[in-house]
Write a protein that binds this ligand. Structure first.
Ligand SMILES: [Zn+2]
Length: 340
């Protein structure tokens, strides 16, 4: 029996959307901060994984949505997705289209997208139509998973890059929701095949190659925990006191396991934590001044998706590289001194 048996079968719904944006010189009918983009197309492909090597891809789901707010095509958007204002007059109202998308998704699946912008746009669109912005509680961002598995990098890559990387035949142009979802589903399949191959080859790999499950987060967890320290004469004391706060999961209150301990990055301190049940959280601390010119630390702990967690990991890596560089320079200087 395979050690990954409990993972199978697993269904992934890879979705991709296109959205129109307000036009800068026309007063927007709604605050663009509330609605940064209005969905005009939803595409999706279902990937059913029955074992490490057995994947079935569904036929693409595709639906055109008629916008209610941004009815004039933004030229920048138009250039990318090749649609005009007259195209925006057809399609279903958002809620009807979303209902059909939900029916396509079915039950018990992992929602997937490339990057996390589709998720935030979807939430904004649900809210504007008076719905709860809660979506499927398991979300996988394919982009960082591809980076780690395919190239062992944290660099952000485009869908087109990953298509080339896996030599997936390019039969259609990018930037229509259903075609992009189809490409992303193919990339997901290749990435999962690679992932299980790496797992099988290196049973005692180090922790830098994380578990598939750590890429799946709950996009509905918005609970935060904020705290602040007492006031101190120096910034250093304030930070020390803020860092010493014992952190527990804001949902289940269990003790958190440190993934990356507190480190300084510019004017903030960052850290990464894990709750066994609710996955990754990032910590952030800033030093602030009281009116009396004393210092206190303000801390924030919140749930993060793959991208946000990657941000902390990259900052930590930059810091390590910086330390290494400085040590190397110091060593070289020492050598020079000895030579003299
Ligand atoms: Zn928890």
């Amino acid at each position: 029996m395979s050690p990954n048996q409990e993972l199978f079968p697993m269904t992934f719904v890879v979705f991709d959307m296109e959205w129109n944006q307000p036009i800068p010189y026309i007063p927007a009918p709604i605050d663009p901060k509330i609605l940064p983009g209005e969905i005009i197309e939803i595409g999706a492909v279902k990937v059913t994984m029955r074992s490490e090597n057995d994947y079935t891809l569904s036929r693409p789901f595709s639906i055109t949505v008629r916008p209610e707010y941004y009815k004039i095509m933004n030229r920048q958007v138009s250039r990318v997705i090749n649609k005009s204002t007259s195209d925006l007059k057809s399609g279903l109202p958002f809620l009807e289209a979303y209902q059909l998308f939900m029916e396509f998704c079915g039950e018990n699946y992992v929602l997937c997208a490339w990057g996390d912008s589709d998720i935030s746009i979807l939430k904004a669109n649900l809210k504007i139509h008076g719905q709860s912005s809660e979506i499927n509680e398991r979300f996988l961002d394919i982009q960082p998973l591809f980076g780690r598995v395919g190239e062992n990098t944290a660099q952000q890559r485009s869908v087109a890059y990953a298509v080339d990387f896996y030599r997936i035949p390019q039969t259609d142009d990018f930037h229509s929701a259903d075609k992009d979802a189809w490409y992303e589903a193919r990339i997901l399949k290749e990435t999962l095949i690679d992932y299980f191959a790496i797992m099988a080859k290196t049973p005692d790999r180090d922790s830098s190659f994380p578990d598939l499950m750590t890429y799946i987060s709950n996009p509905n967890l918005t609970t935060q925990y904020r705290w602040r320290s007492a006031a101190f004469p120096t910034e250093k004391e304030a930070l020390k006191a803020t860092i010493s706060e014992k952190l527990v999961c804001p949902i289940c209150a269990t003790e958190l396991q440190p993934e990356i301990e507190w480190f300084s990055s510019g004017h903030t301190h960052l850290s990464l934590w894990k709750c066994l049940q609710h996955n990754l959280l990032s910590g952030k601390i800033r030093a602030k001044k009281t009116p009396k010119q004393e210092f206190y630390g303000a801390g924030q702990l919140r749930f993060v998706n793959g991208n946000a967690a990657r941000y902390v990991r990259e900052k930590w890596q930059e810091k390590l590289d910086g330390v290494k560089e400085r040590t190397e320079i110091a060593n070289k200087n020492e050598e020079k001194c000895e030579e003299m």
